[in-house]
Design a protein around this ligand. Sequence first.
Ligand SMILES: Nc1ncnc2c1ncn2[C@@H]1O[C@H](COP(=O)(O)OP(=O)(O)OP(=O)(O)O)[C@@H](O)[C@H]1O
Ligand SMILES: [Mg+2]
Length: 276
Amino acid sequence: MAKCIAFHSYKGGTGKTTIASNCAALLAKRGSKVALLDLDVYAPSLYTYFEKEPKKWLNDYLQGDADVEEVMTDVTQTIQGYAGGVADGGKLWIGMCNVKKEEIYKMESNTMEGSKSQLRRFILLREQLISNYEPDYIIIDTSPGIRYWSINALAVADALFLTLKMGEIDIDGTNRLAAEIYSSLTKYGARSFLLLNRVAGYCVPDFAAGGGRAAEGNHDIEGLLTGKTGMEVISSIPCYCDIQFSRKEFLTVLTQPAHPFTKQVEKLIDAVQIKV
Ligand SMILES: Nc1ncnc2c1ncn2[C@@H]1O[C@H](COP(=O)(O)OP(=O)(O)OP(=O)(O)O)[C@@H](O)[C@H]1O
Ligand SMILES: [Mg+2]
């Protein structure tokens, strides 16, 4: 049975695309069939990330102008080229959104009626992916905030990962999302989790020197957030300066298998396999 996971956030730049893509690639490398969807309609990034031109875009699909086979691009070969290759059965397909301004405006100017018919296309997309590709995982990258396509994407997911960037955590905003949006989705069976990113602990000198203050701080905030939102923290990923400052992060889990970020993504995947 396919598990559909959506990465969402209240604010932008929390690490959704980085973590979603790395998770998808690592799951595929380990032998899972994975469909990765860029539903960050407003600021798509998988196209520039993979530098592959699809036959058609997810925008076309959502508007009823494309079939699922025209939208999904098989990138298994791309990841096959990295150390260790891809375990038997592993597959990665990606669905990309169009970066052209006029395509984005088209989606933006959609009405409530348009949004409802778009939700039907989202549901169909999930169904067709499952029946035509038999994926183990469908991983969705969304736009931050409450744009209606993000909410539609969340509505078809089995698990919602609300990604927060430490240092910029807006507890009230997070709480509002949890109370107003997530609670209505979890009523129908979806599960929601907090995913803390760029927490202290790796680059912070205190911790590196054995002081441990940063890690304690993280535990405090995990407890506080869980207490406020009622959501479990599925993972806490430290901030790695080399990733932050790299000109273009590309699938660290493949390019640097020994990197501590890769270990964190492995842990997250283990948690996903148990909890989602
Ligand atoms: N754990 C981490 N340590 C260091 N840098 C990170 C980490 N996670 C993400 N980054 C960096 O943070 C920046 C933002 O990440 P990303 O683009 O994945 O966020 P996003 O939530 O998808 O943003 P948006 O909301 O704009 O789509 C990128 O430069 C990325 O490389
Ligand atoms: Mg993104």
